[in-house]
Design a protein around this ligand. Structure first.
Ligand code: MTE
Ligand code: CO
Length: 422
């Protein structure tokens, strides 16, 4: 205990000395505020009563002071709440894991409440032996733990023609990053025996939308998981309880929830979600088909429109997240002056393939307006494009796969706004 105290003290002193050396003046300001501060001089209410016992919260939930940390809708997108979407509050999170209760939701027919005892997973089509698994059967296969991001292909879709929504929760919040526990899909397919002409698989959901997508067999045999746990506990109903398909690095729509069937075929099915939806309309009116992989992307989560800078100047922590459907993110560049000067951000936290990465850039803010941008580099060497570069190739009619660089304008008061610079 005393050892910990000493270490903490040394670290804090180190930080304050550093800040003063940098001329930030944060130590002086902090000391002045402490003088006569009732938070220090007065006994607080929580110091004077016995708190809840261990039986009060059998399943824990966040502090009541964190009530603002929640998934939110965009009103004009959510006329119908069962075929709809809400958004992850990225600006309230740190590290790389999205807590289960904050993972954005996208469903086409509402949340199915599936009884695991009555749930079955069928493998049929071009297989030697069609099979049906119960949840118990599934648990008897070797399982793996992997951290992956899921990004809806429509994330940032509302920003194609210009800056629109004010907050990274709304511009970038159709993403979550979770540790899944599941059985490699390969094991189930091998158990059934894929026939030599079997080249595609089609997962199907048990909800009223019966979501289906075509996935090439190579991907199914590579890294797809039939997952039943998220961040250590059972999947939430919103995320497909009791079982969902995990399709690492590929667009969220393919991650079929409430997974009940996998059909093996010799060609893609061209169902609704891969024809009228999830194709990218190009400038010439033609549509790109099968754009499964999510390109490298990043966003500054703090400061951002929902998370203004609260101090007037001095030491400021800028942070954000970056991800790529093709690998890891070894590097993120950050600018605070709209691209005149770029700085390499500090990556921190675990770096997993096809997972979110966390970056930081600490700087001394002089109180003048800022134009913040981040630019991700992925492990294939791909660099996140500007929105103009993206539009030059893709036109302005697209919805899906918008991975352009996001700009936040921060004024002298620290208030941030969604803008574009060209
Ligand atoms: N699976 C089923 N069965 N039904 C659905 O409506 N929505 C898809 C996909 N899988 C959907 C589904 C879409 S478009 C996305 S982006 C992801 O699930 C969203 O996953 P989440 O709700 O865990 O965020
Ligand atoms: Co989606």
């Amino acid at each position: 205990m005393s050892d910990n105290g000493k270490t903490g003290g040394a670290t804090r002193r180190g930080f304050l000395t550093g800040a003063m050396a940098a001329g930030a003046g944060i130590a002086a300001a902090g000391a002045a505020r402490a003088e006569g501060d009732p938070a220090i001089t007065e006994l607080q209410p929580w110091n004077q009563y016995l708190g809840d016992g261990v039986d009060a919260r059998p399943y824990g939930y966040p502090s009541e002071f964190e009530k603002h940390v929640k998934r939110r809708n965009v009103e004009w997108l959510t006329a119908d709440t069962v075929s709809s979407v809400n958004f992850t509050p990225l600006h309230e999170l740190d590290g790389i894991i999205t807590p289960n209760g904050l993972c954005f939701e996208r469903h086409h027919a509402g949340i199915a409440e599936v009884d695991p005892a009555k749930h079955r997973i069928m493998i049929n089509g071009l297989v030697d032996t069609p099979l049906v698994f119960t949840m118990e059967d599934l648990m008897r296969f070797p399982r793996e733990n992997r951290v992956y991001f899921l990004e809806c292909a429509a994330n940032s879709g509302m920003e194609w023609r210009g800056a629109q929504l004010n907050g990274c929760q709304f511009t970038h919040g159709m993403i979550h990053n979770v540790m899944y526990t599941g059985v490699p899909l390969r094991y189930l397919l091998e158990e059934a025996g894929v026939k030599t002409n079997g080249k595609w698989v089609m997962p199907e959901g048990a909800d009223a939308s019966a979501m289906t997508r075509s996935i090439p067999l190579e991907k199914a045999m590579d890294d797809c998981l039939v997952a039943f746990k998220m961040n250590g506990e059972a999947l939430r109903p919103e995320q497909g309880y009791p079982v969902r398909l995990v399709v690492p690095g590929w667009e969220g729509n393919m991650w079929v929830k409430w997974l009940r069937r996998i059909e093996v075929g010799d060609q893609p099915w061209h169902h609704r979600e891969e024809t009228s939806k999830y194709t990218d309309l190009m400038e010439d009116g033609k549509a790109r088909r099968f754009t499964w992989e999510m390109d490298a992307k990043s966003v500054i989560t703090n400061p951002s429109p929902q998370a203004p800078i609260l101090h007037s100047r001095g030491r400021t922590v800028l942070t954000g997240v970056a991800w790529s459907g093709r690998g890891t993110i070894p590097r993120v560049d950050v600018t605070i002056d709209g691209g005149k000067n770029w700085h390499q951000a500090r990556m921190d936290g675990p770096s997993f393939d096809k997972s979110m990465h966390r970056f930081y850039y600490e700087f001394d803010w002089d109180g003048s307006p800022l134009l913040l941008q981040s630019r991700a580099h992925d492990s294939t060497g791909y660099v996140q494009p500007t929105k103009d570069e993206l539009r030059a190739i893709r036109g302005e009619n697209s919805i899906y796969h918008n991975n352009g660089i996001q700009t936040w304008y921060v004024n002298e008061q620290g208030i941030a706004e969604n803008v574009e610079i060209s």
